[in-house]
Design a protein around this ligand. Structure first.
Ligand code: URA
Length: 483
């Protein structure tokens, strides 16, 4: 027997090194025990530590490593052994992971999904509160994740709140960011985090100065926030009356947000008005969407707003079964204030028609909401958005998805895929199959209509266009099948 002692619950490197040594030595899964702790001879008994990995190296599919890195964060104590079992199978059959009917593969994938959902909840529902500390600003949040995800999510909070000093306290671990360095401390108790006075004003000011006016959370909260997180969130105070059916407040919200819009903008919302009729009377969805729209119109998250004519937000029914996400508005969209109305939009409309998908039943939006261009004389030449611009705009697309919760989200091209998945993706590798988004939703990836417009060879253009129509038709059928 061999016993592996891992340093931490999420010790992926420790698991990987031990698993590699064990697999090279041909140790079967039943001869290995996995433990987490500080180490101590008594833990091992007669068991030997794992052999060093000194045999010939062996390759595993990248998908396995990605799966293992995620599953390691799960709270199920069997995760280490299950992953090692799958690793041993992969050694003798490199396609072992592709057997979707295999019970271990299924179980590990389910665990990975649960971890991703937990991470998504932490991203979305963690709330900082300001604490006074030596005259300096510091923000502290309390959170109780279901899995061992704190280290894995730290990078997200560092990127989003790089300029602040903050701590995240959880029962297992605390992490602290001083503006430059991330450090760790022991777990904490709820009582260690600021509570009582919800410092709602501070919270609102803080978030609105970064990206998140409190009211924007209304839609998210009504749609998907588990009650478990409510006690940590000051804006629950805003939601309770809405949930209790405070119609007056809702109506005022709708009116107030409509007043902020020009006539042309209200016209642009015609499709949303249709949606309102379809949604249940008293639904908060339209009010929340309009609130988001009003804030997006004033967005200054990145520099692009300075030169663009206006924010081009998504449009379509709020109960759409499909959400299409493009790259960014082009020249004509920037002037019209609506997505996909220029040449790429016309090609898109034609392809949708041939695929049997009714655009008016879909929600169409972009990863980046402002037109990025370079001026050449009188012309404005499209420029591809860079990662920081995509990142800054992800907030809006997350709000749109949270509110609409389309059964199928479609990334049109690489920028949209980068925005939805939070990482660079190669379209040809992921095209034509359902993929899981970090929040658990289903996404499909296909090419951007502009790619088709740019193809110089007519035969290639025709073939690629036909493939695009095929993709759209499959997506349409999938959305129908999902009900
Ligand atoms: N290209 C896009 O990605 N979006 C638009 O809205 C128009 C062109």
């Amino acid at each position: 027997m061999h016993a592996v002692l891992l340093a931490d619950e999420d010790d992926f490197e420790g698991w990987r090194d031990s698993a590699r040594g064990l697999a090279i030595a041909g140790v079967p899964p039943r001869d290995v025990t996995w433990q987490v702790g500080q180490g101590g001879g008594e833990l091992f008994g007669d068991e030997a530590p794992p052999p060093a990995a000194d045999g010939p190296a062996f390759a595993v599919p990248r998908a396995f490593l990605t799966l293992a890195q995620t599953v390691i964060c799960h709270s199920d104590p069997e995760r280490f052994a299950l992953l090692y079992t799958l690793l041993c199978r992969i050694r003798s059959n490199s396609k072992a992971m592709e057997d979707g009917a295999d019970a271990i593969v299924q179980r590990l994938e389910r665990m990975a999904k649960e971890v991703r959902r937990d991470m998504h909840k932490m991203h979305a529902f963690l709330r900082f509160r300001e604490v006074a500390e030596e005259g300096a600003e510091r923000f502290v949040a309390w959170f109780e994740p279901d899995h061992h995800i704190v280290r894995a999510t730290a990078g997200f909070f560092v990127r989003r709140f790089a300029g602040m000093r903050w701590s995240i306290l959880t029962p297992e671990l605390s992490i602290h960011w001083d503006g430059e360095r991330l450090t760790e401390g022991p777990g904490a108790a709820r009582a260690d985090a600021p509570s009582g006075d919800p410092v709602e004003e501070t919270w609102k000011t803080y978030y609105s100065s970064i990206f998140n006016p409190a009211r924007l959370k209304v839609g998210a909260m009504l749609k998907e926030m588990p009650k478990k997180y409510w006690k940590n969130m000051p804006e629950t105070a805003l939601v309770a009356p809405l949930i209790a059916g405070a119609q007056g407040r809702e109506a005022a919200m709708v009116e107030a947000s409509k007043r902020k819009l020009s006539e042309a903008e209200v016209q642009g919302l015609a499709t949303a008005d249709k949606a309102e009729r379809r949604l249940q009377p008293g639904s908060n969805a339209l009010a929340a969407w309009e609130a988001i729209l009003a804030d997006a119109k004033a967005c200054t998250h990145c520099h692009l707003y300075k030169h663009a004519t206006q924010t081009v937000f998504g449009e379509g029914p709020l109960d759409a079964r499909i959400m299409f996400v493009g790259e960014q508005p082009g020249d004509q969209e920037d002037l019209a204030g609506r997505p996909f109305v220029g040449p790429a939009g016309q090609l898109f409309d034609r392809a949708l028609g041939e695929a049997g998908v009714d655009r008016t039943q879909t929600y169409v939006t972009n990863a980046v909401k402002h037109f990025k261009f370079e001026r050449r004389g009188k012309r404005r030449i499209h420029q591809k958005p860079e990662a920081p611009e995509i990142e800054a705009c992800r907030w809006w697309i997350e709000q749109e998805r949270t509110l609409i919760r389309p059964p199928v989200t479609v990334a049109l091209g690489a920028t949209a895929a980068r925005s939805l998945f939070g990482r660079v993706m190669t379209i040809s590798r992921v095209r034509g199959e359902p993929l899981e988004l970090p929040d658990g939703g289903e996404a499909w990836v296909t090419v951007h209509p502009s790619f088709l417009l740019r193809l110089p060879d007519p035969d290639k253009k025709r073939d690629e266009y036909a493939r695009f129509v095929e993709d759209l038709a499959r997506i349409g059928q999938r959305a129908k099948a999902l009900g």
